[in-house]
Design a protein around this ligand. Structure first.
Ligand SMILES: *[C@@H]1O[C@H](CO)[C@@H](O)[C@H](O)[C@H]1NC(C)=O
Ligand SMILES: *[C@@H]1O[C@H](CO)[C@@H](O)[C@H](O)[C@H]1NC(C)=O
Length: 552
């Protein structure tokens, strides 16, 4: 018994002395202590959860520096998510006290220093989301797999969403973009403090998906991040997406003011500031019923605005600010499926036919300001390759393709072209993620590809932590994506940086618009060019050159 205890004590002692750890870390606000975890064969990881990067924000105000704390802050629990509507849309969750970030630092036999840093910005339509990523039974946005496999520091930040993050009166009384300022404050905090966590402040890559992908794009376009960001990855969302900017925020602010019994005159801003934050959050929920005549994608109201400060101009005029940043962007091949299914539910049904008229109605909505000439051109563009009597599969798939193009794919191509044109000394990379959703052929139709959000679990290495839910080929794919992403974070080139990749990913240039198709079975044929050129040309050249039917 005593002998056994002795062995135990020795074992525990050995574990303690051999664990590599940063221990207590000094930050600008005070000391923090995370948790050290053993990740196998002499490898350890320090995990810090709930590190404050700013003070509790004033309502509708930019974030402020944290005043600091005495003693050692235990950073072992995620912070509360920012106040938002819950998933039943019958109440709220979270808190206004939400500006915290999380950090994963991998170590080998010695404590790490100067590792490249990857900062994740979550999506959720600027309405919901949090830095932990509750997904089924795991924290999807845990940085552990990326940090461990890619040998990078991973940070996940938080930002205000919904009314509290994005309400704008369209004038100087409440400028808006509070959520974008939160993201910026977190990036600046990482730049100032990450060296103490073993990170290299001159090697910061930001990455994000959907509204987070658009946020990444905004952070590269604002003049307020000069010198802070080295590289950026936008997954399924860029600043050029029509849903990412509200050009008439005043009417939304007035509607919310009416709902919370505030006046809409010059007293509106001061009244809104005094209103209960949960009430404000619930007042930011708008009717979400949609149809092909009234598509879902036009129902995002609390989003970034051109405020003259964070965004001094239209995003398309700000790409010079991203000229010193390497940029990677891409979409999923059925990114628009979820959204067009709201507008045309029959596309996800074997039983219900989708009338050809629904294709027309959706295109009429998407081309509204160009009148009949716009929708007729669009209809011709999408149906000219149809067989004489198009099958239901052809019609349904076309609806999903129209949504994918309009909502994600075309604006992403436009952003890549602009980046390639402006950032001549930096690299641009384009991808199309096409691994079919696991439920293709059951919950989804047999022709289903990759839906919105599908790539995120591969980027975060979920197949490695939930092996029973995936096939071996999915582990391969996840490994490829972590390799491309972390190589890019290290060197600005997804092919170089220590992790082996299945095929060389060529740069996207203005003259040869090459891209990589990401899929479990990749070879040289995965390198393609001119993604959906005919459709990109229609939305970016033909349609804008038609006369508008509404006067400016
Ligand atoms: C919201 O809806 C859920 C599910 O219907 C229910 O369990 C919960 O009690 C409701 N909460 C409120 C505040 O009404
Ligand atoms: C970034 O990190 C990579 C990999 O650790 C390193 O080779 C490079 O020199 C670092 N610095 C810059 C500025 O790229």
């Amino acid at each position: 018994m005593t002998a056994m205890l002795g062995i135990l004590v020795v074992a525990v002692f050995l574990e303690t002395v051999s664990a590599t750890s940063l221990g207590v870390v000094y930050t600008e606000g005070g000391m923090v202590e995370g948790e050290n975890i053993h990740i196998g064969s002499g490898h350890y990881m320090d995990v810090f959860k709930g590190v404050p990067f700013a003070d509790i924000p004033g309502r509708f105000e930019k974030p402020k520096r944290h005043p600091g704390w005495d003693g050692i802050l235990k950073a072992t629990e995620y912070g509360k998510e920012c106040l938002q509507v819950n998933s039943f849309v019958n109440g709220t969750s979270g808190s206004e006290d939400c500006l915290y970030l999380n950090i994963w630092v991998p170590h080998g036999s010695i404590v790490s220093s100067d590792l490249p840093v990857m900062v994740w910005i979550y999506g959720g339509g600027f309405m919901i989301g949090n830095s932990m990523g509750f997904y089924l039974d795991t924290n999807l946005y845990s940085g552990q797999q990326i940090a461990e496999r890619g040998n990078v520091v991973v940070v996940t930040l938080a930002y205000r969403v919904g009314t509290l993050g994005f309400l704008s009166t369209g004038d100087s009384s409440l400028l808006g973009n509070y959520g974008l300022w939160d993201q910026q404050a977190a990036i600046a905090w990482v730049h100032r403090n990450i060296r103490s966590f073993g990170g290299d402040p001159d090697n910061i890559t930001i990455f994000g998906e959907s509204a987070g992908g658009a946020s990444v794009s905004f952070q590269t376009l604002t003049p307020h991040n000069k010198g802070l960001i080295k590289r950026a990855i936008s997954e399924s969302g860029v600043a050029l997406c029509n849903w990412a900017v509200n050009r008439n925020p005043r009417s939304v602010a007035e509607e919310i003011a009416l709902r919370v019994n505030c006046p809409t005159d010059h007293n509106m801003a001061s009244c809104l500031k005094m209103t209960d934050p949960e009430q404000l959050t619930m007042a930011g929920v708008f009717d979400q019923t949609s149809s092909p005549d009234d598509p879902m994608i036009y129902k995002m109201y609390l989003v970034p605005v051109i405020d003259g400060d964070f965004l001094p101009d239209e995003p398309s005029n700000l790409f010079h600010n991203a000229a010193d940043i390497d940029y990677m962007a891409g979409v999923n091949d059925m990114d628009g499926f979820t959204f067009t299914t709201d507008d045309v539910p029959s596309i996800n049904s074997d039983q219900v036919d989708t009338p050809i008229g629904d294709v027309k109605r959706l295109l009429v909505s998407y081309t509204k300001d160009k009148g009949a000439a716009g929708s007729e051109n669009a209809y011709f563009t999408y149906t000219s390759t149809w067989e004489t009597n198009p099958s239901q599969k052809t019609i349904k798939k076309t609806v999903a393709e129209i949504g994918t193009d309009y909502i994600f794919l075309v604006p992403t191509q436009a952003a890549l072209y602009l980046h390639a044109a402006k950032a001549t000394t930096k690299h641009t990379y384009s991808y199309l993620f096409s691994e079919p959703n696991n439920l293709a052929g059951s919950f989804y139709p047999s022709w289903m590809g990759a839906d919105h959000f599908d790539e995120v679990q591969y980027v975060f290495g979920r197949p490695f932590t939930k092996m029973t839910e995936f096939l071996p080929q999915h582990l391969d794919l996840s490994g490829y994506m972590i390799a491309y992403w972390t190589n890019f974070a290290k060197t600005g080139d997804p092919n170089e940086g220590g992790l082996e990749v299945p095929v060389r990913w060529p740069k996207f240039t203005s003259t040869g618009q090459q891209y990589l198709e990401l899929h479990h079975d990749m070879d040289q044929s995965s390198v393609k060019e001119k993604m959906r050129l005919r459709f990109v040309h229609f939305w970016t050249s033909i349609l804008p050159n038609l006369p508008s039917v509404f006067s400016e």
